[in-house]
Design a protein around this ligand. Structure first.
Ligand SMILES: NC(=O)c1ccc[n+]([C@@H]2O[C@H](COP(=O)([O-])OP(=O)(O)OC[C@H]3O[C@@H](n4cnc5c(N)ncnc54)[C@H](OP(=O)(O)O)[C@@H]3O)[C@@H](O)[C@H]2O)c1
Length: 318
C-alpha cells in the first residue's frame, strides 16, 4: 500500500464522547451508543473498498465497537477475513482503541464439531476467528445461541477458560432464553469472569427481550444490553417505501423476505415518516431513538451498506 492510501483516523473522533458513550452495565467498559455490525456488507461477496469506507467513517466518528461472528459473510468466515485485512491495512495502530467482538454458536464448519455449544466447538472456533482477523485476542466473545443439548456448564466453563487463556477479555451471551441466562449470570460471576453484555434482537417490530423480561433482568443485574437488527434489517427505514430496490437486502438475501413488506408495515412506516418529519428525524432515526430510550439499552448494533446510511444512523445522537 502506498502512502497516499494510508489511513489516519480523524483527530476529532472523540470530540463527542460525552454523548456517544454509555457504560456497559456495571463494568469498566464504555461502548458507543451506536455500534457497527459485520453480519452483512463485509463478506467476501462485498466490495472491500466500500466495507473499508464504512469502517473508516465509523471509527472517525468514535464508533469503537465492531461486532462480528465466525459465520458472518457470505461465505462463512469472510467478514472476519475482511476484518483481518482492515487490521493490516488501517487499524493496527488503533487496536487498543477498538472493541472487537466475535461469536460462536451457529453452524460454521461441517461435521459434529462445527456447531452448537460444545467446548470443542467454541475453543476451535475462537482460534479460527483470531487467525482470520489477525488478532491476538478479541475484546468480547459471545455464545451466539443457547444449546439445550449440551450441558450448560460445559458451554459456560469453556467461556470462562477462554477468558483465562487471554483470548477474550470479556464474555457475552446472545439469544439465550431468560432461565439459562439467569444460571449463566450466577455461574460466570462465581467464576470471576462476569457476563459483560447480552445481545438480543430488539426493534419497534420485535420486542421479545422486553416482553420476556430479559432487558429488565440485565438492567437489574448490571449487565449491558446491545440491540441487534434495530432497523429490522432495513424494514424500519425508507428503503422499502416505494418498492424493493435491486441492491437491497430484501432483493439479495434470504434473511429478509419480500412477504415482510406488508400493507400494514407500509402504513406503519408512513406514520413513522410523518412523526419523523415533526421531530426532524428519518424513519431510521425514529426507530433507533425508540430503542435508545429503553432503560437498560447500552447500544444499538446497526448494519449499513453505505457510508450515507451509517451517517444517517449516527446522527440519531445529535
Ligand atoms: N446475535 C445475533 O444473533 C445477531 C443476529 C443478527 C444481527 N446481529 C448483529 O447486529 C448487526 C446489525 O444487524 P442488521 O444488519 O440486521 O441491522 P439493521 O440495522 O436492522 O439493518 C441493517 C440494514 O438496514 C438498512 N439500513 C441501515 N441504515 C439505513 C438507513 N439509515 N436508511 C436506509 N436503510 C438503512 C441496510 O439495508 P440494505 O443492505 O438493504 O441497504 C442495512 O444493511 C449485525 O451486523 C450483527 O453484528 C446479531
Amino acid at each position: 500500500m502506498d502512502i497516499q492510501q494510508r489511513y489516519f483516523a480523524a483527530e476529532g473522533r472523540y470530540d463527542r464522547a460525552q454523548t456517544l458513550y454509555a457504560r456497559c452495565g456495571r463494568s469498566g467498559v464504555l461502548l458507543p451508543r451506536v455500534s457497527l455490525g459485520f453480519w452483512h456488507n463485509f463478506g467476501g461477496v462485498d466490495p472491500y473498498e466500500r466495507s473499508r469506507a464504512i469502517t473508516h467513517y465509523a471509527f472517525d466518528h468514535g464508533i469503537t465497537h465492531f461486532d462480528l461472528a465466525n459465520n458472518y459473510g457470505p461465505p462463512y468466515g469472510s467478514a472476519e477475513v475482511t476484518m483481518g485485512r482492515l487490521m493490516d491495512d488501517d487499524f493496527r495502530p488503533y487496536r487498543d482503541e477498538l472493541f472487537i467482538s466475535t461469536k460462536a454458536g451457529y453452524d460454521m464448519w461441517p461435521g459434529p464439531y462445527g456447531d452448537h455449544g460444545s467446548r470443542k466447538y467454541l475453543m476451535a472456533s475462537l482460534d479460527q476467528s483470531l487467525r482470520r482477523m489477525h488478532l491476538d485476542y478479541v475484546d468480547l466473545f459471545y455464545s451466539h445461541r443457547f444449546d439445550p443439548d449440551t450441558p450448560v456448564e460445559e458451554t459456560l466453563q469453556a467461556m470462562v477458560d477462554i477468558v483465562r487463556s487471554g483470548k477474550a477479555l470479556y464474555l457475552g451471551i446472545s439469544n439465550w432464553p431468560l432461565e439459562p441466562l439467569r444460571y449463566a449470570v450466577d455461574y460466570l460471576r462465581e467464576a470471576k469472569t462476569p457476563l459483560l453484555i447480552y445481545q438480543g434482537r430488539l426493534n419497534m417490530l420485535y420486542q421479545k427481550p422486553i416482553e420476556e423480561g430479559i432487558l429488565e433482568f440485565c438492567r437489574e443485574q448490571g449487565i449491558g444490553f446491545i440491540a441487534y437488527s434495530p432497523l429490522a434489517q432495513g424494514l424500519l427505514t425508507d428503503r422499502y417505501l416505494e418498492g424493493i430496490p435491486a441492491d437491497s437486502r430484501m432483493a439479495k438475501d434470504h434473511f429478509l423476505h419480500p412477504y415482510s413488506r406488508t400493507p400494514k408495515l407500509l402504513d406503519y412506516l408512513h406514520e413513522l415518516e410523518a412523526k419523523g418529519r415533526t421531530n426532524g428525524r428519518s424513519i431510521a432515526q425514529e426507530a433507533l431513538t425508540w430503542i435508545l430510550d429503553q432503560a437498560g439499552v447500552t447500544s444499538v448494533l446497526v448494519g449499513a451498506s453505505s457510508v450515507a446510511q451509517l451517517e444517517n444512523n449516527l446522527a440519531v445522537l445529535n
